[in-house]
Design a protein around this ligand. Sequence first.
Ligand code: RIB
Length: 343
Amino acid sequence: MRVTIKDIARLANVSTTTVSRVINNKDEGVGSETRKRIQQIIKDLNYKPSSLARGLVTKKTKSIGLVLPDITNPFFPDLARGVEDYSVNKGYNAFLCNSDNNGEKEKIYINALMEKHVDGLVITSTHNLEEKHILELMENKIPIVILDRRFKSKDLHGVYTDNFSGAYEAVRYLIQNGHKSIGCITGPLDTSISKERFEGYKKALKDNGIKYNDRFIVQSNFKIDGGIKASEELLKNKEITAIFACNDLMAYGVYKTARKLKLNVPEDISVIGFDDISLSQIVTPTLTTVSQPVYEMGYEAAKMLISLIEGKVLKRKVKKLSTKLVVRESTTKKGIQGDVKLD
Ligand code: RIB
């Protein structure tokens, strides 16, 4: 049978309030002998305070919820790891929910986490440009940090990377290497990250006097199968000499299509991804990609959330981290074999 606070109180011959004070380290009014006696009984009976019961007293459960859109993408476990490491260090448990890119599932999980009285939420929302449900959440006054994908509302706290500049750098790099017909495989354009990366692509073309061509763009789903289908479409166009895929998984899809069409990467087609998940150093050829500080993003989001839970007032609501282009083997000068480095 589960040992309760009442059992401890009875054995120590004190009130449950006194036991509760010792458990919650609020020792005022409890003599040191009594405290030691209570602590010994707790130890002997291997008593574990119920977080629910404890929450009734402290109004805190020392837990946070983390809602992610797709744990099959290795980007997200790394992100979750950052959230978890910071939270655990601070004495919080992090509960992970995977929405599977399904807006309805996301809402169900958020509600379930609220019912479990988590102290705050870190959310990477799918289709995040429909922000109604998040704004409703804010009315509940629970601390929230939005991670990776931006919402329009200026009231939300968030941690993001500079998706626009990351994409801009990647496409500029291709242009510097002689590519003019550059395909772009975007993610779903109802996410801020896809829009920003696509804007970065367009701006790099514009700044370098290259005309935007609608036929070079395919909207996809951030997955390998989406990258395969999109590149099958794009590579029908023989002009295209390079593809910017808006995440690494879709870039692997381009590799698969290129193999099927007997095209070599990078000699026939240069490929750049976005994320720098660890597999990108291992695939053949290794992938040139825009590196996001994934673990740090998760870590910073948890740091921001726990500060909010602890009632701290933050100087800035948004933390924007930088990306970095990592040049590997999947890109080369148009029509020339060999490695090319940025100036
Ligand atoms: O949902 C997929 C993408 O969102 C990831 O690959 C990463 O780019 C993130 O921002």
